[in-house]
Design a protein around this ligand. Structure first.
Ligand code: HEM
Length: 185
């Protein structure tokens, strides 16, 4: 064996060892989405670029059924929600009834927080990691009419994006379920 061939073989071995240790490590770290127990090999599901593991076929099936049934997936997932939230805040900031609440708000952060919150609320498998709605709004002294104005902007956004009345109704019901907390009632 020449020196070059030997070096090439060693390099190939190193790459193979690295790849196999990576996949072994990934499998070892993956937990069941529902139970938090070790994930069984062969049951992984890729969803919007994330790998989810499961401890049983029943739980894998449950995940797929929940995704298919979710409002989140039915409106078009991450891309659709992102477009909706971006347009929603254009409307909110143009609405003189409520735009003053956002005067000191970092809107880039707000867009990304709202996307994360609504994704989880509408049935994405990704968690909400921010403040609970009561805490997030407790210093704003919000009233019924403020909530109604925000909801109106969201509804107008969803209509403009050509979602059907039935699914808009489902989304508005989910958003309305946050009202008591948002208004700190
Ligand atoms: C309709 C239901 C609502 C939902 C689902 C909602 C959702 C959220 C979320 C996810 C955050 C970010 C929380 C965090 O930082 O962890 C937030 C903050 C905020 N929301 Fe709401 N919100 C709602 C209603 C309202 C209303 C009615 C107003 C005012 C008219 C409002 C004004 C604000 C403001 C000003 C912040 C704080 C931004 C900052 O930290 O500067 N929200 N909201």
């Amino acid at each position: 064996m020449t020196r070059t061939t030997l070096l090439k073989s060693l390099a190939a071995l190193a790459v193979a060892a690295f790849a196999s240790s990576l996949s072994a490590q990934e499998t070892a770290e993956l937990k069941c989405f529902y139970t938090g127990g070790p994930a069984k090999p062969g049951l992984n599901v890729e969803y919007e670029g994330v790998t989810y593991g499961f401890c049983s076929e029943a739980n894998q099936k449950k995940f797929q059924e929940e995704r298919a049934a979710s409002v989140y997936q039915r409106i078009g997932g991450k891309a659709a929600l992102s477009a909706a939230v971006d347009l929603f805040y254009v409307k909110v900031l143009a609405d003189e009834r409520v735009n003053h609440f956002f005067e000191d708000t970092n809107m880039k952060r707000q867009h990304s927080k709202q996307k994360e919150f609504l994704a989880a609320a509408l049935g994405a498998p990704t968690p909400w990691t921010g403040k609970d709605m009561r805490k997030a709004h407790e210093n704003l002294d919000l009233r019924e009419e403020d909530f109604a104005a925000i909801a109106e902007n969201l509804q107008a956004t969803l209509k403009e994006l050509k979602l059907g009345d039935a699914i808009i109704g489902e989304i508005m019901t989910i958003v309305a379920s946050t009202k008591k907390d948002v208004l700190n009632q």
